[in-house]
Design a protein around this ligand. Structure first.
Ligand code: GTP
Ligand code: MG
Length: 344
């Protein structure tokens, strides 16, 4: 899931949107697992990271994607909670992201956390696409499981199709009210100037092939320079959560967005009082397609390269802080790295 042979790193994709608009369900559909059932009250309380390798992307996207068109290793999705009390988690996810998916329930439309998410994306200049979700709830909808949008759209009655059109145009209007020129994704020529809207259903899988195709295209076309980082350099990441893990004590769940981290390396982690300097005892990684939150067993690995979600076990992490930076020292002066962590 990490660096491809071409040295490009996995793009980080944040999934943002109002509560219950279907962020976790969309990822779930892509993963084919059922994380949602394990969630307390079905509210996402934590940011999770899910690596989707290129072969899975192209299997789901089917005929829409030719994997030989892409030299990115896949996509790393960060799920965020929509509940209003989780603003910090949302902005943390948004700030980490290379690109984003803004999930909007087509029936519910724009809601407070939709608008908040748009502001986060605007402030961080993160390119995004809109997943207009729950198209299967349009009255009279005739679902075609896992079909690309065009096929399912053509299969609808005139009435169902025009009901969907109405809702999509309402969304496009609201996006425009918030300063974004948007259109249905197949009409968008330049995804940096215009926001593409992809009609989807996390329930039936309709439109998911299109969503993945657009995300791959967006990463490939506009993020390529940013992706071609030195994946061999000293690792840099952000703490998502501090957690006690049986047998390891306090650990940190991290999204690594740059470079490489290895077992036994010295790292500096932002703490509640001061930066923590410690040595990596173990690097624990969920398997591709596994969900970091739901996994109780991790693979122990010697080395991880960006972008990836991983758990770091090391002494003294009790005082680590969610949202704080993590830096591998490697051959740099330790004081310089401490200053870098303090400056963030
Ligand atoms: P938070 O994490 O709490 O912000 O919510 P979320 O955006 O992750 O929403 P979640 O995926 O938990 O879905 C909320 C509810 O909507 C669940 O009951 C889902 O089954 C339902 N749902 C999600 N997507 C669809 C869809 O495409 N169609 C239909 N009919 N229901 C959906
Ligand atoms: Mg969720």
């Amino acid at each position: 899931t990490q660096a491809s042979s071409s040295g490009l790193r996995t793009p980080i994709v944040a999934v943002l949107g109002h509560v219950d608009h279907g962020k976790t369900s969309l990822l779930d559909k892509i993963r084919g697992s059922a994380v949602i059932e394990g969630e307390a009250g079905a509210i996402t309380q934590h940011i999770g990271a899910t690596a989707v390798p290129l072969d899975t992307v192209s299997r789901v996207a089917g005929s829409l994607v030719d994997p030989t068109d892409f030299d990115l290793p896949g996509l790393l999705f960060i799920d965020t909670p929509g509940h209003h009390s989780f603003t910090t988690l949302r902005s943390r996810g948004g700030a980490l992201a290379d690109i984003a998916v803004l999930v909007i329930d087509v029936t519910d439309g724009f809601q407070p956390q939709t608008i908040e998410a748009i502001k986060i994306l605007q402030d961080s200049s993160t390119p995004f696409v809109v997943a207009a979700n729950k198209i299967d709830t349009v009255p009279g909808w005739n679902p075609r499981e896992d079909s690309p949008v065009q096929g399912t759209y053509d299969a609808q009655s005139d009435r169902a199709r025009s009901r969907l059109d109405e809702r999509l145009y309402e969304l496009i209007g609201e996006l425009s009210d918030h300063g974004f020129s948007a259109d249905l994704y197949w009409r968008v020529q330049d995804f940096q100037k215009n926001v593409g809207v992809v009609p989807v259903s996390a329930m039936t899988g309709e439109g998911i092939p299109d969503l993945l195709t657009v995300l791959m295209g967006l990463s490939q076309r506009y993020m390529k320079e940013a992706m071609a980082i030195d994946v061999e350099g000293p690792g840099a990441g952000t703490v998502l959560e501090v957690k006690d893990e049986k047998g390891f004590g306090a650990t940190v769940d991290v999204v690594l967005y740059d470079g490489t981290i290895r077992e036994d390396e010295t790292i500096v982690v932002g703490g509640t009082n001061e930066p923590i300097v410690t040595d990596v005892r173990a690097l624990l990684q969920p398997r591709p397609l596994a969900e970091i939150r739901a996994e109780s067993r991790f693979d122990r690995v010697e080395e991880v390269s960006a972008a990836a979600g991983l758990k770091i076990a090391a002494p003294d992490l009790e005082a680590a802080m969610a949202g704080a930076p993590v830096r591998v020292v490697r051959d740099r002066e330790i004081d310089d790295v401490i200053r870098e962590v303090e400056a963030e």
